[in-house]
Each structure stands twice: as C-alpha cells, then as structure tokens.
Ligand binder design. Structure first.
Ligand code: HEM
Length: 402
C-alpha cells in the first residue's frame, strides 16, 4: 500500500534564517507528514526519504539496506548522469557491506574501545590545554575553528595513525583542503593526491619500522598496503571534520543558549550529558544513503529492490515521538539514544574517541574563558550550506575579557 505518501521534490539548499541549528523546515515538514516520504533525486528518479526515528533505526539495522558504493547511483544533490559508480577502493569499508566490511572493521574495533580511549584521555587533556594556552597568549578575538576546533581532533588522529610530528603541518593542511567542501576542484585533486601519496609512504615506513600506533598494529595483520591506505583514509575522512564541526557548532549553540552554558560551567558533572545532547541537537553528520538489495516493507510501504533511500539522522533526532521538546537544547535531557553516530554495523567506530575529545574540549574551554562570547552578531556567523556532508561553520569569531 504505497498510496498517499508525501513527496519531497528536492533537498533544501539551506536552513531557515535565524535557526542555524535546526534541520531545514522542508525536512521537518516531511516528517510531520509521516516517518517515510518519497523523494525526487536531481536526475528525476524517485527514491525514498526516511525521517522518523524508529524507521531510520530499523533501516540502519537491516542488512537489506546496502552501503555498497557501486549501488549508489543517485545522490541527494548531484545528478550523476550515466556515470558508472565504481566499488569502494580496498580498505574504504564505510562503503561496503559485510563480509567485506568486517574484514576491515574487526581488526580496528579493538583499537577504539572505551578502555583504549580512556587511556588517551590524559593526552587529549594535554593537547587541549596547549591550544587553549596559545589562544590565551595570542589574546582576543580569535577564530575558534582554526585556533581550537580543527587542530585538537587533527593532532589526535595524527597520533593515532602515527603521523610523525614534523609531517603534521603538511598533512593537516592537505586533509583540511579536501574536507572543507569549498576548495576549488584542481586544488582538491592535488590535496587528495598528496594525502594518498603521503599515506602510501607512511604505510611503507610503518612496515619497515613499526611504532606504537594503530597503523603499526594493523600492519601485523593480513591487510595489504593498499588496504591499509584505504583504512587510514576512512579514519581521516570520518574522524576529522565531524569532531571539528561538533566543537565549533557546539560552542556556537552554547553561546546562543546562555542559561545552558552557565549550567555547564557551574556543574562539571553535566559535561557527559551535555555532549550527548549537543550530538543529538546538532547531528552534524546529517544523512546517510542506502540502496535496497530486495523489496523491503518499511513503515507500511514497499520499497522496491534497487531503491535509493536517504536516512535523515537530523530529523530522526528531532522526532517528537522519541524526544520530548525535540527542538530545545536541554543539557539535562534524560531521553538518550540519539542516532548522531548512526546505528547497526556502520555505527561510528570512533565514537568513544569523539566523546572523550568533546568532553575534555568543551569542559576546558568554558572553564578557561568564562567570558567567552561571539565577536560578531550571531546572524553574521556563516553556516555551511546544506550541500556540505557535515554541518558546521568554517569560522567562528569569538572574544573574551583578557
Ligand atoms: C562527533 C564526531 C563524529 C560523528 C558525529 C560521527 C558520525 C558518524 C556516523 C553517523 C557514522 C555512520 C555512517 C553510516 O552509517 O553510513 C560514522 C561512521 C564512522 N565513523 Fe564516525 N563520527 C564522529 C567521529 C569519528 C571519529 C573521531 C572517528 C575515528 C577516528 C570516526 C570514525 C568512523 C568510522 C571509521 C566510521 C565507519 C564505520 C563503519 O563503516 O563500520 N568517527 N560516524
């Protein structure tokens, strides 16, 4: 029974003025019509859009919804035309199904456990403090993105992968270029190639001379050099922009909600729930896309085999059927279980690392700068367009009483 289903004609290009943290109203309206809608992709092809919490979660847990890259013929924003999409290169397991996916995820899983990540806490505190010291020394105003939100997660990924200290500048600069969604094509290709070449050399260096890091650990297994390069690229792509934008957009959201910010500053025990609530409220990784491998019943509709299905995490995380007052940022919220890290076999591998980074970073930032505020009117903070995979701000001018 596919009758009377709402159709969203296209992906909205922007959020509503004055509501930088809310999903575009067109998506919220789609969810109000029902948890599942039809969606017209830019090539004119009709697929599906899932916006309700329970159905997004169900689809993510269902192996009939595939992540395979070569099946993704329809992009929510780009008309691919007749281009054949190749399968994911070896090691790029985010865009694979099991069993291929687990060949890479399994050996990595043990490196990202809560226990392993807790051991990293001290180092994260140190890196965070170093960046706050530098901010304080340089004095106000500053761009929080370049001074804090980007470099802290970047240092942690470099250490995890074992990128030598002297290469960090080159490495970070190039990775940033292909992550910010705004670099011109030619520069983008050059940056991507430079990172690929660098990773190939890094893998060779770790094989010859293993050190104490995730990449050296992985080399002991049976992955080829090409696969190791692919795995490293996934870790970079998945771990950098996401955490950086959570830190920047999260700070912006706290500054726009002074009572919540004051509560966090007054009560450090609020840090853990605050991070979970910011994850839910902001949902910077907004959507995933899947392709059905066979006909699937979802929410009373038959999704034909081969359909493209957009799973909207940000509307799911604002579903009033799951969260009370979903559009309110409430750091004391009790109803956990957000989908900001996804769910199912692809659920974020780096979530414990991201959580610890955010807990340490937000707590230290609000403690160190009690008078932190925006250095420009809030309306002048430029949000990334909805075309960016990860929501956020590319700069956040802040100031404080020195
Ligand atoms: C706040 C920061 C982060 C957010 C919001 C986030 C979000 C997500 C989401 C939603 C997915 C699922 C994608 C899908 O199902 O298609 C994912 C997967 C993944 N994330 Fe994260 N992530 C964050 C930080 C990190 C960090 C720090 C790392 C690693 C160092 C990381 C590594 C990964 C990997 C490797 C995957 C793919 C897992 C798989 O395919 O099995 N993420 N992340």
């Amino acid at each position: 029974m596919n009758e009377s289903v709402y159709t969203l004609p296209a992906m909205p290009a922007a959020r509503q003025p004055g509501c930088p943290f809310d999903p575009p109203k067109e998506l919220v309206e789609a969810r109000e019509h029902g948890p599942i809608s039809r969606f017209v992709f830019p090539d004119g092809h009709e697929g599906w859009l899932v916006t309700g919490y329970e159905l997004v979660r169900a689809a993510l847990a269902d192996p009939r919804f595939s992540s395979r890259k070569e099946l993704m013929r329809h992009h929510p924003l780009i008309d691919f035309g007749d281009i054949e999409v190749p399968p994911a290169p070896p090691g790029e397991f985010l865009l694979m199904d099991d069993p291929q996916h687990s060949r890479y995820r399994k050996p990595l899983a043990g490196k990202f456990t809560v226990r392993r990540m807790r051991l990293l806490t001290e180092r994260i505190e140190q890196v965070t403090a170093e960046h706050l010291d530098a901010m304080e020394k340089a004095g106000p105003p500053t761009d929080l993105v370049t001074a804090f939100a980007k470099p802290v997660p970047a240092v942690m990924i470099c250490e995890l992968l074992g990128v030598p200290y002297e290469d960090r500048g080159f490495f970070q600069e190039n990775v940033e270029k292909f992550m910010d969604g705004q670099t011109p094509d030619e520069e983008l290709i050059a940056a991507y190639t430079a990172v690929q070449t660098y990773l190939a050399e890094l893998v060779a260096a770790k094989r010859a001379n293993p050190t104490d890091d995730v990449l050296s650990d992985l080399i002991e297994g049976d992955l080829t050099d090409e696969e190791l390069r692919g795995v490293s690229l996934v870790l970079l792509a998945a771990g950098l922009d996401t955490t950086a934008n959570m830190l920047a957009l999260g700070t912006f959201a706290l500054l726009r909600n002074p009572a919540q910010l004051a509560a966090l500053r007054a009560d450090p025990s609020l840090t853990e729930p605050a991070v979970e609530e910011l994850l839910r409220y902001l949902t910077v990784a907004k959507t995933s896309i899947r392709t059905t491998l066979e006909d699937v019943e979802l929410g009373g509709h038959t999704i034909a085999a081969g359909s493209a299905v957009i799973l909207s995490y940000n509307t799911a995380n604002r579903d009033p059927g799951r969260f009370s007052d979903p559009h309110v940022l409430d750091l004391r919220r009790q109803d956990g279980g957000h989908l900001a890290f996804g769910h199912g076999i692809h659920q974020c591998l780096g979530q414990q690392l991201a959580r610890i980074e955010m807990r340490v970073a937000f707590a230290a930032l609000v403690r160190r700068f009690p008078t932190l505020r925006l250095a420009v009117p809030a309306e002048e903070v430029v949000l990334r367009p909805e075309t960016a995979d990860i929501m956020g701000v590319n700069s956040l001018p802040v100031t404080w009483d020195a």
